[in-house]
Ligand binder design. Structure first.
Ligand code: PAF
Length: 254
């Protein structure tokens, strides 16, 4: 497995055939590993990036507490047979100091965007940079971050980028909780309660009913909104600087 830290090292690592790309912020879980398996099945060489992108964190505590499991991540990537791991630094990715930005002005203001100012500008900017550096044929994203996936796919269309965005289903724990790196930061008590969030999103009669049930269960709600045939939700668990934000979305049954 090649470890590349600079654009030149990344370029030198490029093998023949098609490239699959899985961008991550590390703290890898089964959701990431399933994206990597999909990439390996669909392309000749798989590149995984690990970079905790500061420009997409609106809350400094969230950035500070973001889990770092680099040694275990690299072992997992090696065991899966990943070809290249890209580990850029801030200076590599932001030679401009984030003075150039990619901003979407419509859907990015809804759902998570309404509660995390600047978040999607940070995501779109770093993904644009990573796609330009890795130059993949296909890039793989999870449906758990459905709004992110939609905005990235639309950005690729808007800027005529020559890459296929592949959407992969949300991977869940056996109790239904969507896998997320942030789950590592839940207290035992909150981890036991967290699957109820997803169950309520699924079972509620409508958004108002979901908000009522989540409030009764003691969740601190950012939003519950149904659009595009899905019900989206975000809640916060925990206190002070240890707040853990959970997001999920479920297809709505007619
Ligand atoms: O989904 C993520 O982990 C991040 O938002 C991404 C796409 C790697 C960009 O930093």
């Amino acid at each position: 497995m090649i470890i590349a830290r600079t654009p030149a090292e990344l370029k030198a690592s490029r093998g023949p055939g098609s490239i699959g790309f899985v961008p991550t912020m590390g703290a890898l879980h089964e959701g990431h590993l399933s994206l990597i398996r999909d990439s390996k099945a669909a392309t000749d060489q798989t590149v995984v990036s690990i970079y905790v992108n500061p420009t997409q964190f609106n809350n400094p505590d969230d950035l500070e507490n973001y889990p770092d499991t680099m040694t275990a991540d690299l072992e997992a990537l090696q065991a899966l047979g990943v070809d290249v791991v890209f580990l850029p630094s801030y200076d590599v990715l932001y030679p401009d100091g984030f003075t150039y930005q990619v901003t979407e002005t419509d859907f990015s203001n809804e759902l998570c965007g309404a509660h995390r100012p600047g978040h999607f500008t940070g995501v779109l900017t770093v993904v644009m940079k990573l796609l330009n550096l890795v130059k993949p044929d296909k890039a793989f994203f999870g449906e758990k971050d459905f709004q992110q996936l939609t905005l990235i796919r639309d950005m690729v269309d808007a800027f005529y980028l020559d890459v296929e965005i592949v959407a992969c289903p949300t991977v869940r724990e056996s109790d239904g909780l969507a896998m997320s790196s942030r789950n590592l930061n839940l207290t035992r008590c909150d981890r036991e309660k967290a699957p109820l969030f997803t169950k309520i999103l699924h079972r509620a009669a409508d958004d108002t009913d979901a908000i009522r049930q989540l409030t009764c269960a003691g969740f601190d709600i950012d939003y519950v909104t149904s659009l595009r045939g899905r019900r989206f939700g975000a809640v916060n668990m925990g206190e002070g600087e240890h707040v853990v934000r959970l997001i999920d979305n479920v297809a709505m049954e007619n």
